[in-house]
Design a protein. Structure first.
Length: 204
């Protein structure tokens, strides 16, 4: 559900449309192994990848996306790993950014789609609607390369950082509080694991 405009207290830089901005930043999705956080981001990535098997979309495990992506990046150092999640999901486990910084996998990128709301639990305003800067928190945790994307002029910087190979990176994408794609997708975790494992390891 789209938040009423009267309750949106975020500054004017939250103007991008997520439906355009997320695909523009990710581009070729088969360049990555992708872990998507729950709610809007999972639906977004499902739509962008057409449910490709290199996407593992979470459901019902709020706060787990970054740590799952970290483990995957450490286990598969030759593959580029992308975690795409929302501000609310990331806030549930903000300490994971410090662990990413300490482990410092060169092949891990985090894209946080910040619409200032908890989309999974009723569209309440999240802390980022009231001035909390998740990019500053990522930098403060020790992630060496961070960027904020809040206009189309920032797209190139965001795209480049998501593909950088010299340390973990963090891109904060600020978007309007509009609805993500409405298409449904399977929440069968076993089927998702089997498909993702096949994409990762092949037929063995």
């Amino acid at each position: 559900m789209t938040a009423p405009a009267s309750k949106d207290t975020r500054p004017a830089e939250f103007v991008l449309d997520r439906a355009d901005a997320v695909p523009a930043l990710i581009g070729r999705f088969d360049d990555f192994l992708i872990v998507a956080g729950l709610a809007g981001t999972a639906r977004e990535l499902k739509a962008h990848t057409d449910g490709a098997p290199n996407l593992f979309a979470l459901a019902g495990v709020m706060g787990a996306a970054v740590t799952m992506g970290l483990g995957l990046a450490l286990a598969q150092p030759e593959r580029r790993v992308l975690v795409a999640t929302g501000d609310g999901e990331l806030l549930m486990n903000i300490g994971s950014l410090a662990t990413v910084a300490l482990m410092a996998p060169a092949n891990l990128s985090i894209l946080c789609v910040d619409n200032g709301h908890y989309g999974e639990t009723g569209y309440q305003l999240s802390h980022s609607s009231r001035g909390v800067d998740l990019a500053e928190m990522a930098a403060g945790a020790g992630i060496p390369a961070t960027a904020v994307v809040q206009s189309t002029a920032d797209y190139e910087t965001g795209r480049r950082l998501l593909r950088a190979g010299n340390g973990p990176t963090f891109v904060l994408l600020r978007v309007k509080p509009t609805d993500p794609p409405s298409g449904k997708f399977s929440l069968d975790a076993v089927a998702a694991r089997i498909a993702f494992r096949s994409a990762l390891l092949g037929s063995r």
